[in-house]
Design a binder for this molecule. Structure first.
Ligand code: DGL
Length: 270
């Protein structure tokens, strides 16, 4: 979108949230719970998902396109509900837009704090695990611990199909987590916002004693704090939630409705 184009839609005073696809709904849920009065606008960039195996240039271009679309339509804050977009492109987004931007990144610090075995694993996309941000977090908090980095190809695609527990998905989950458990991992960082939707199936595979960490609630808390600092918190009776996508509207609508647990109307991001 050029600087002269503006979205046909106006979201004055709403909070924008986006991800490569439907994974960021796990963060949107935490934001909805924390801020029931706010209007929320969610963008699933499904026309370009998954981000995790794309180039940095493409992920940056998509993050800026969606971020600028939300900002120029009037949102008062943006939450980047995508670890991959955060670690690759958050600096560029913050340079371009001048409203609060809250972003998710893998919860390595809390994992290291709670592990009893001293071995934790970060499950995320290839791009996230290769990033400087993850290297920095491992260096900052990993002293005396083992931090295993595990990419999980196929998991994002399963969630994008709302396939959370078929035999195929179960086999995909086992393939990556069982070897980690054999290495003594007792804490798994869900470092991709799609993965919390696989939580129940994952927990059955690894057992109740393994802790799964999802920072979505921490992100919602940080967003609430930033809005309060900027006197942006809403005071009306209940907020609306609107969904947009760059992908196939009917398919995304079906999957969003399934994962959100309510019938959702999905519109085209244009
Ligand atoms: N949900 C995203 C993340 O948190 C991106 C997944 C993908 O598109 O590969 O990393």
């Amino acid at each position: 979108m050029s600087a002269h184009d503006h979205p046909s839609t106006s979201f004055a005073d709403a909070i924008g949230v986006f991800d490569s696809g439907v994974g960021g709904l796990s963060v949107l849920r935490a934001i909805r719970d924390a801020l029931p009065l706010e209007n929320l606008v969610y963008v699933a960039d499904s026309g370009h998902a998954p981000y995790g195996d794309k180039t940095e240039a493409l992920i940056t271009e998509r993050t800026l396109t969606v971020g600028n679309w939300l900002a120029s339509s009037g949102v008062k804050a943006i939450t980047v509900a995508c670890n991959t977009a955060t670690v690759v492109a958050i600096r560029h987004l913050r340079e371009q837009i001048h409203i609060p931007v809250v972003a998710i990144e893998p919860a390595i610090k809390p994992a290291v704090n709670i592990t009893r075995s001293g071995v934790v694993a970060v499950l995320a996309t290839t791009q996230t695990l290769q990033s400087e941000s993850v290297a920095r977090l491992c260096q900052a908090y990993g002293e005396g611990k083992r931090i295993l980095l595990q990419a999980c190809p196929g998991w994002v695609e399963a969630v994008e199909q709302a396939d959370l527990d078929s035999p195929h998905t179960q086999a995909l989950l086992r393939q990556f987590v069982e070897p980690l458990i054999h290495q003594g991992v007792d804490t798994l960082v869900l470092g991709c916002t799609h993965y919390p939707f696989l939580r129940n199936t994952l927990q059955q595979i690894v057992g109740e004693q393994v802790v799964l960490i999802d920072p979505a609630v921490a992100v919602a808390t940080e967003l609430t704090r930033r809005l309060a600092n900027n006197r942006h918190v809403h005071t009306k009776t209940s907020g609306t939630t609107r969904f947009f996508t760059t992908g196939n509207v009917l398919h995304v609508q079906q999957v969003v409705s399934h994962l959100w647990g309510d019938t959702a109307i999905v519109e085209t991001m244009s």
